[in-house]
Design a protein around this ligand. Sequence first.
Ligand code: GDP
Ligand code: GDP
Length: 437
Amino acid sequence: MANLVAIVGRPNVGKSTLFNRLTKSRQAIVSDIAGTTRDRQYGKCDWNGREFSVVDTGGWVVKSDDIFEEEIRKQVIVATEEADLVLFVVDVTTGVTDWDEDVAAILRRTKLPVVLVVNKVDNNDQQYAAAEFYKLGLGDPMCISSMSGSGTGDLLDLVLSKLKGDSGELLEDGIPRFAVVGRPNVGKSSIINAFIGEDRNIVTEIAGTTRDSIYTRYDKFGFDFYLVDTAGIRRKNKVSEDLEFYSVMRSIRAIENSDVCILMLDATRGIEGQDMNIFQIIQKNNKSLVVVVNKWDLVENKDQKVIDTFVTAIHNRMAPFTDFPIIFASALTKQRIFKVLEMAKEVYQSRKIKIGTTRLNEVMLPLIEAYPPPSIKGKYIKIKYCSQLPNTQIPSFVFYANLPQYVKEPYKRFLENKIRENWKLTGSPINIFIRQK
Ligand code: GDP
Ligand code: GDP
C-alpha cells in the first residue's frame, strides 16, 4: 500500500517550492507521458529507493478571501484523516503566526506523524531564529531552505523513518483490483451498491493490518475481484465532502492501490476540471481505465448523436490516450451495471497481455518499413527488431534502433497506435522504449 504525505501551511511559506523539490526527479521522468497541467498538486517522491506520494494542499484552495482561512483549516483536518504523514510548513522570516498556532493545535490532536518544517532557513542566523517554533508543541523543527535544497535530505530521511511502508495486506495473486473513482455525488456509492446489491454475503472484508482495510473481495456472477476503498466511499465525511481536496485525497489512495480505475462522470454535467484532475492521477500511476457516464437515466434524448458528442468530448479532453471503453450507465436503474464489470475485467486482461516476439516483429516490421522514422540531419534511422519486455507493470515494448535518440515522440505514438490497432490493449496504458540495438 502506497504512502501519502500531505504538505500543509499558510500561503507563501514555500509549500509549492518544497513540493517541486521533493517531486522533481520523478516528474522529469513521467512528464513525457501526457500533458499534465496541474503538476503542483500531486507527485511522487523517490528517496533512497523508496517512493511515496506527495500532495500540496495549497494547490487545492479555492481563491476566495472570506472562506480562505477556514478552507485551509478544513484541509488540514482532511490531511490528518487521509494522509499517512503531514508536513507542516512554517516560515522563519515571519515567525509564529496566530494561524500557525491554530493549525498546530489541530495537529497536536492527531495520531498521525507530523513533521514541523521551518522553511526559508537560508543561513545560520536564521537557524537560531527557528528555535521559536518549539513553542508549537510539535517537537523538533526541521530547518530547511526549499529554495537551495539545504536540509531536505535530512527531512526526507526523517519522513521515511516515520512512514510505515507496506502494510502487507494479504491479497491473492492474479485477482484484479478495481477502484471506483470520481468527484463527489457522481454516483460512486450508488454503483458499488448496485454491484453488491442487498446481498452483503457477496463481499467479505479483508483483514487489514493498518487502519481499516481498503479491499473488499467480490466473487459472484462469474466475477472475482477486489474493490478498493469501498468502506471509504460509503463512510462519508460530512464536514469535508464538498472540498475538492477531500475527494482528491480519497481518489489518490484508491487509484494507487488498484489495477483498473472505473472513472465515473455525470451525464448531466459533462466533463469538468475535477474529473480531469482525477484522470491525471490515474495516468500518473499507469492504471487502466474504464469510463462510466453515469445518471444516463436522466438524459432524455439518448440518440446516437448525443452519445457521439459525449464520446468526442471525452476523447478530446483525454487525448492522446483515447483507447478506453466508455459506458453509458445508471447506478439507479442498474442499466449496464454488469457491462461496467465486464469491461473492467477485459481491461485488466489487456493489461496482462503477452505478445510473442515473432508475431510482434511479423506485424510491426513491415509497418515500420512502409513508414520509417523521419531521418534527422541526413541520418538514416533504422529500427531492426522489437520485443515486449517481461514482468512489467504495464505492457512495455522496446524497439531497437541504430540512433534511438532521434526517434521522437510522434513516431513513438505511431508505434503505439499500430500496436493498439493489431492487439487488444483497450483501457491499458503502454510504454514504448527505443534503445540502441
Ligand atoms: P506556498 O504559497 O506556500 O506554496 O509558497 P511558495 O512555494 O509559492 O513560495 C512563496 C515565496 O517564498 C516564493 O517567492 C518563493 O520563492 C519563496 N521561498 C520558498 N522557499 C524559500 C526558501 O527556502 N528561502 C527563501 N528565501 N524563499 C523561499
Ligand atoms: P458519490 O458521492 O459519488 O458516492 O455519489 P452517490 O452514490 O452518493 O450519489 C449521489 C446522488 O446521485 C444520490 O442522490 C444518488 O441517488 C444519485 N445518483 C447516483 N447514481 C445515479 C443514477 O444513475 N441516476 C440518478 N438519477 N441518480 C443517481
